[in-house]
Design a binder for this molecule. Structure first.
Ligand code: NAD
Length: 360
C-alpha cells in the first residue's frame, strides 16, 4: 500500500524551499521505490487567506490520515496584526498538539565543509554533533490561563502559565535517554530548577526515568548556564533534553554554531513515530520571494522523515551524502557563503542535490 505524505509549504520562503525538497523527495521515491503519494495543502498565513483560519479542520483531518507531514514554515508581517486567535503560529501549535507530536528532535551538526561559516572558532565547533530533544506540546506555549488585559487601575497586564505534568516529562525524558543510547550515551537535562516549580518536577521525574537507563550518563544544567556552555564549549554535549520554551531558544542558539539556521532540519514525533518534519527556521520574510533561501534544512528534513517515520535508512543516508557532495563542490547559498565558494540560489542548490542524488 502506498504511503501518504502531506506537504504544507506554508508562508514566506516556505513554498520556495519546499519546491526543492519535493524534487529531492520525488527522486528518492523513484530511485528507491518508496511508494510515496504526495498531497498538498495550506497551513499558517496561507491557510488564513484560503480558509479563514491557520489550520482548517479538513487540513487537520488530512494530516491525521497521512503517514507523515512535511512542512515549510509559517508566519509573516502580512498576518502580524490579525486577531491573535488566528495568527499563523496558532495553526502550527494546533497541528503539533492535535497530532500529539510531543518530541521535537533538533540535530545541530556542523558539516566539516562549513566550519568557516560558524560564528565560533573552527577548533571550538569542528566535529560538532548535538541532538536537542525539545518537549513540544506542553509548557508555557500552551499553558492556561493566559491573559493580556487592562487592570481596573488602567495599567496593562499580561501573564502566561508554565505547567508540566509528570507523564509529559516522563515521555520526553524517555525519548532523550533512548536517543542518547544510540548516540554518545550522554544526556544533559536542561531546566531552571533553582527558580521554577515546573522545573523542580522536571528534574525529579528525569532522575526517576534515569533508573531505567543505567548505561546513560545523566547531568543537569540550568538553562542560563546551558546557553553559555553552548557557545563556550559546545562539544561537551551529546543529547540535551529540555522543555518547550528552553528548547526553542537553545536550538536556535545551537543552529548558529553550525553556520546557519538554513542547515538545520527537525522532526516532531508522536508516540508511534508518526512525524511532522520541518526546517528549524521560520518563514524568513526578509528574503522571501528572492530565490536565495537555503533549502538544505528542508531537504535534510526529508531525510529525517525517511529515517524516523519510514525506516528507510539507505535512502536517508543517500540524501545526506548528496548534500555533503554538493557542499564539497563548493556550492553555497548566501547564508553559508564564504570566500572562494560558488554562490547559488534556492533552485540552484536544490537542483545540485538532485543531480548528486541521481548520480549515487
Ligand atoms: P526566521 O528563522 O524566519 O529568520 C531569522 C533569520 O534567518 C532571517 O535573517 C532569515 O533571513 C534567516 N533565515 C531563515 N531561514 C533561512 C534560510 N533557509 N536560508 C537563509 N536564511 C534564512 O525567524 P524570524 O525572522 O524570527 O521569524 C520570521 C517569521 O517566521 C515570523 O512570522 C515567525 O513567527 C515565523 N517562524 C516560524 C517558524 C516555523 O514555521 N516553524 C519558526 C520560527 C519563526
Amino acid at each position: 500500500m502506498s504511503k501518504q505524505i502531506l506537504v504544507l509549504p506554508g508562508d514566506g520562503i516556505g513554498p520556495e524551499i519546499m519546491a526543492e525538497a519535493v524534487k529531492v523527495l520525488q527522486l528518492a521515491n523513484d530511485k528507491y521505490s518508496l511508494g510515496f503519494e504526495l498531497s498538498f495543502d495550506e497551513l499558517g498565513g496561507a491557510a488564513v487567506d484560503k480558509y479563514g483560519v491557520p489550520l482548517a479542520d479538513e487540513t487537520l483531518e488530512r494530516a491525521r490520515a497521512a503517514d507523515a507531514i512535511l512542512l515549510g514554515a509559517v508566519g509573516g508581517p502580512k498576518w502580524d496584526k490579525i486577531d491573535p486567535a488566528i495568527r499563523p503560529e496558532r495553526g502550527l501549535l494546533k497541528i503539533r498538539s492535535q497530532l500529539g507530536l510531543f518530541a521535537n528532535l533538533r540535530p545541530a551538526i556542523l558539516y566539516p565543509q562549513l566550519a568557516d561559516a560558524s560564528s565560533l572558532k573552527p577548533e571550538v565547533v569542528a566535529g560538532l554533533d548535538i541532538l536537542i530533544v525539545r518537549e513540544l506540546t506542553g509548557g508555557i506555549y500552551f499553558g492556561q490561563p493566559r491573559e493580556n488585559r487592562v487592570l481596573e487601575s488602567g495599567e496593562r497586564h499580561a501573564y502566561d502559565t508554565l505547567p508540566y505534568s509528570e507523564s509529559e516529562i516522563r515521555r520526553i525524558a524517555q525519548v532523550g535517554f533512548d536517543m542518547a543510547r544510540v548516540r554518545g550515551k550522554k544526556l544533559c537535562s536542561v531546566d531552571k530548577a533553582n527558580v521554577l516549580a515546573s522545573s523542580q518536577l522536571w528534574r525529579t521525574v528525569v532522575e526517576e526515568v534515569a533508573k531505567d537507563y543505567p548505561d546513560i550518563e545523566l547531568s543537569h544544567m540550568y538553562v542560563d548556564n546551558a546557553a553559555m556552555q553552548l557557545v563556550r564549549a559546545p562539544k561537551q554535549f551529546d543529547v540535551m533534553v529540555t522543555d518547550n520554551m528552553f528548547g526553542d531558544i537553545l536550538s536556535d542558539e545551537a543552529s548558529m554554531l553550525t553556520g546557519s539556521i538554513g542547515m538545520l532540519p527537525s522532526a516532531s514525533l508522536d508516540a508511534n513515530n508518526k512525524g511532522m518534519y520541518e526546517p528549524c527556521h521560520g518563514s524568513a520574510p526578509d528574503i522571501a520571494g528572492k530565490g536565495i533561501a537555503n533549502p538544505l534544512a528542508t531537504i535534510l528534513s526529508v531525510s529525517m522523515m525517511l529515517r524516523y517515520s519510514f525506516n528507510q535508512g539507505a535512502a536517508a543516508d543517500a540524501i545526506e551524502l548528496a548534500v555533503s557532495k554538493v557542499l564539497d563542490q563548493g556550492l553555497r547559498t548566501g547564508d553559508i557563503f564564504s570566500a572562494g565558494m560558488t554562490q547559488v540560489g534556492t533552485a540552484g542548490m536544490g537542483d545540485a542535490v538532485v543531480e548528486a542524488l541521481r548520480s549515487l
